[in-house]
Write a protein that binds this ligand. Structure first.
Ligand SMILES: *Cc1c(COP(=O)(O)O)cnc(C)c1O
Length: 413
């Protein structure tokens, strides 16, 4: 993406010039009718919501090398309470927490691991705020590869750490934050011959494009006005934007939705870049937010993401932890549920509505990136009022009662 050099796919995840790689697939022809036929047939590998779009995500992988659980086919939800909260009647949520390991990362990982196999690798690695490591560990185990995950010590949610350990990854806790882990994993992979599967790897982006492909197909090829996504390392923002542009170029949609990337106020380098018109995002040494999946101060995919925002006439927004946790409490109490970072999308929708950037009759799809069970600590602490500086406006704390019917009756009256 920097020097403009082109080459065939190979065992590299960064350009020789140090810049990011970008996958360009040429000569693809695919119709809505063919994609709809595949969706109905549910034949392997098209039963995966990623590989249904094989020509658009990785046409070179042989079907027998594909490692899939399968991914995607996630549901779209609407709920009056959520719409009312945001002030947007036509608001829906696509729940990527319904993927096999509980986050959208599986969509990128199935493509990344399949590429690792195609290239003959035996071991893979990543740095992670949690969900990437959970996904990597699962997919590596499925095909008998070894995996090493680099996680920031004490900064990842328990559900995610548990998955990485359970799936058998070698877990290295780096005494530092995500950005430290990201730096060291690149050095380690280079020296030890591990194939790096962070979203710096362009195949991860190719897989994650399927969020947008699947969304638009589910909406019977009628795109919404807005797609809103939480933004941390910016892989997903990049992927969704790239997918939308490709759909338009293939004439599978008539108009481009606008993409909105939402950051947490305490981890907002991309927002600062956008807002202040900077050449590149500033590096934050100590990113802070309760939404650990987007607690990133030096996002690797900023260049790809900026291209996506510009191409879709998109915007970048930021929200506070209070707004994130309130939005999460509303999504949770509607019966849908998500992890904290996911709720940044709804909090962002509400803010953009309040600022008049989204109008009340726009159709909006928020991407819920992760499952509610990923971070039970954040949920319990919110409802029990244990988070410093956060007022639990939608509190639902458990009540302790003695084991007699009078007390129970009194408590429920
Ligand atoms: C990874 C992740 C994000 C951030 O996505 P990026 O591609 O890093 O911007 C948001 N939410 C959840 C649940 C995630 O796992």
């Amino acid at each position: 993406m920097d020097c403009g050099a082109e080459r065939e796919p190979a065992s590299i995840w960064r350009c020789e010039c140090g810049g990011l790689l970008d996958v360009v697939t040429t000569g693809v022809e695919i119709t809505r009718a063919e994609l709809d036929r595949r969706a109905r047939s549910r034949k392997k590998p098209y039963n995966s919501g990623v590989w249904l779009y094989k020509e658009l995500v990785h046409p070179l992988v042989r079907d027998d090398l594909i490692v899939t659980r399968p991914e995607g086919n996630t549901n779209i939800y609407t709920h009056a309470m959520v719409s009312e909260f945001a002030g947007i009647a036509k608001l829906s949520m696509k729940h990527e927490g319904e993927n096999p390991t509980g986050s959208f990362k599986d969509r990128g990982m199935t493509v990344g691991i399949s590429e690792a196999r195609r290239l003959g690798h035996k071991a893979v690695g990543c740095a992670s705020t949690g969900n990437t490591s959970a996904s990597l560990a699962s997919y590596a185990a499925l095909c008998g590869m070894r995996s090493v995950v680099f996680i920031p010590s004490g900064e990842i949610a328990y559900g995610k750490l548990a998955q990485a350990m359970a799936f058998g990854a070698r877990v290295l806790q780096i005494k530092g934050n995500f950005d430290d882990a990201m730096r060291i994993v690149q050095e380690a992979c280079g020296r030890l011959g591990l194939y790096l599967l962070n979203s710096i790897n362009p195949w991860r982006i190719e897989g994650q494009k399927s969020i947008a492909f699947e969304l638009i197909q589910q909406l019977r090829w009628k795109p919404p006005d807005w797609v809103i996504v939480p933004a941390g390392n910016l892989g997903n923002t990049s992927a969704i934007g790239k997918a939308l542009v490709e759909l338009r170029d293939l004439a599978l949609i008539e108009h481009l939705p606008r993409l909105a990337a939402v950051q947490a106020e305490g981890a907002n380098p991309f927002y600062s870049m956008w807002k202040e018109g900077l050449e590149r995002p500033p590096t934050l040494a100590k990113p802070e937010t309760l939404a650990s999946a987007i607690r990133i101060g030096n996002p690797v995919s900023w260049k790809r993401a900026m291209r996506a925002i510009k191409a879709t006439n998109g915007v970048v927004e930021q929200v506070s932890d209070q707004e994130i946790m309130d939005a999460k409490a509303v999504i949770d109490s509607s019966g849908i549920g998500c992890e904290p970072a996911s709720a940044a999308s709804l909090a962002g929708a509400k803010r953009l509505r309040e600022r008049g950037i989204i109008s009340s009759d726009d159709s909006v799809v928020c991407i819920l990136t992760g499952n509610i069970l990923k971070d039970p600590g954040a949920t319990v602490d919110y409802h029990t009022g244990k988070i410093n500086g956060i007022e639990p406006r939608y509190k639902n704390a458990p009540v302790e009662v003695p084991p007699d019917i009078e007390s129970v009756t009194k408590a429920l009256r």
